[in-house]
Design a protein around this ligand. Sequence first.
Ligand code: CO
Length: 134
Amino acid sequence: MIGRLNHVAIATRDLRKASAIYRDTLGAEVSEPVQLPEHGVITVFVELPNTKIELLEPLGENSPIAKFLEKNPGGGMHHLCYEVDDIIAARDRLKEKGATVIGSGEPRIGAHGKPVLFLHPKDFGGTLVELEQA
Ligand code: CO
């Protein structure tokens, strides 16, 4: 059911520093920061030949990554995003298999303008999973 790894997301308190590590130390192509107030994050995308890295810094009071950064003050891997062809079919299958879809269960428009859902880490080896309809 899942297809390509769309991105790996890394939460950080210091987007400028994280961007510099990817650009200057690792020599990757790094985008300008984009504020996504409706998602409570500022994002930078690192383009790799086979996938992307999404660097996330909290934006605003109720950022969904604030709690993660409380538990992981130095930052860390926040989620993996897999592509699916049909997000509703994927959701229904996952629910049937006993996975927990976070929130209302209705897809939201994600950072790339495409429908996304998040799956609870408890069902996936402790890793938060994002599904994106590619
Ligand atoms: Co993501």
